[in-house]
Design a protein around this ligand. Structure first.
Ligand SMILES: [Zn+2]
Length: 390
């Protein structure tokens, strides 16, 4: 005989409160009527839950001016400008970006620091702590920091905030989450930059209305994030999406992961510079100058971009066969390749993927620009706030 699970009223209330907060976070301003319709709860329950969020200083309610002919207009619930905010951090090789982000995904203040060389873990902690103070000083007096989300270009364990390996930062086995938590005295969540970019574009960018999306980003390394049926794929240990290490040629160049001929060795910035016969290194402006030459049709830059376009199309063909996505979003250097060589990328996709898997696939560029991983980091921090509300 099966035993019915007993759910206590306070658990139901906590769940509903978190659902209301999630709706307002995702959609921004909403009327009580819209909340009632989207959550399937009755009007008085929604009224109580909203009043609770108002008491907690998270949202504001107002009655819209005018109203309709049928009677009283529905109250509008909106995130408070001086309500709780999270600190979003994007650690990159050439820059560090931090922002104070409020409910609803509103970026209140943003700070970008260019870097001559990648920061060490302790250097990054110091910079983040300094930025946190700088951002807090520019927020309204009542605004509270409720969490921290960090994007790292590497393999990251979300469970404990361990950076397993971030090759381009030179970090290995760094307990970054724990160190930063101690330093800031706040809850800290850490994610991989491409996974977070995928989440951000799905929630607030180019893939808002879509349920099956692959996001691929490329600079020095190549990474990816996959959304299947509206949910992010993390894998057993949280390491899914290592698209850069799909093996294309077993006899290809050695990769830092220990294998050979990984996609990253044919599609990253090193590969572009090699193909363009350029002696420069990534980050020195050499990559930008290859693209500006290619835009003018100058060789060997144009040929190098065309060569990488074929590799990109091949890789996307594999992803299409595996995931059958509605859209693929290409970010950073890969976005630039698609801008210059879209027909070549699409022709290679058509050669390498099954027509039924390709379907009506759209090849998109990000709507959040370079900030997709930063916004994704804020979403990671808000997930903890929304699901942990009591
Ligand atoms: Zn590899």
């Amino acid at each position: 005989m099966s035993r019915a699970t007993v759910v206590r009223p306070e658990e139901i209330r906590r769940h509903n409160l978190s659902q209301v907060l999630q709706q307002i976070h995702v959609h921004g301003e909403m009327s009580r009527a819209e909340l009632t319709a989207s959550l399937g709860l009755n009007r008085s329950t929604i009224g109580d839950l909203v009043a609770d969020l108002v008491r907690r200083g998270m949202v504001d309610e107002h009655v819209p001016a005018g109203g309709d002919k049928a009677g009283r207009p529905s109250h509008v619930v909106a995130p408070r400008r001086d309500g709780p905010y999270v600190l979003a951090v994007e650690v990159e090789v050439e820059r560090m970006v931090t922002a104070a982000v409020g409910l609803g995904g509103r970026v209140h203040v943003r700070r970008e620091t260019p870097l001559a060389s990648p920061l060490s873990p302790s250097g990054a902690c110091t910079q983040i702590a300094r930025d946190a103070r700088w951002l807090a000083a520019r927020m309204p007096g009542d605004a509270r920091l409720v969490g921290v989300g960090v994007s790292v270009p590497g393999t990251v364990s979300r469970l404990d905030g361990l950076v397993v390996h971030a090759p381009n930062l030179g970090w290995r086995s760094v307990p970054f989450g724990a160190t930063l938590r101690q330093r800031l005295g706040s809850d800290v969540r850490i994610g991989n930059n491409a996974n977070l970019g995928a989440v951000a574009e799905h929630q607030r960018g180019a893939a808002r209305q879509l349920r099956d999306v692959v996001y691929v980003t490329g600079s020095v390394g190549v990474g990816g994030g996959v959304i299947v049926d509206g949910a992010e794929i993390l894998g057993a240990g949280g390491y899914a999406g290592e698209i850069g290490h799909i093996m294309l040629d077993p006899d290809g160049p050695a990769c830092h992961c220990g294998s050979n001929g990984c996609l990253e060795t044919f599609l990253g910035e090193h590969a572009l510079l090699r193909a363009a016969g350029c002696a420069g290194s990534p980050g020195s402006g050499a990559v930008a100058s290859v693209f500006s030459d290619a835009r003018l049709g100058r060789q060997p830059a144009a040929g190098a971009v065309a060569q990488l376009a074929v590799v990109l199309g091949r890789a996307l063909g594999i992803l299409i066969n595996v995931f059958n996505p509605e859209a693929i979003i290409v970010h950073d250097m890969l976005e630039e390749i698609v801008r210059l060589q879209r027909p070549a990328v699409e022709a290679e996709i058509a050669r390498r993927s099954k027509p039924e898997s390709r379907g009506t696939l759209r090849l998109l560029t990000p709507e959040l620009g370079r900030d997709s991983a930063l916004i994704g980091a804020s979403e990671l921090a808000f997930q903890a706030v929304v699901s942990g509300i009591e």
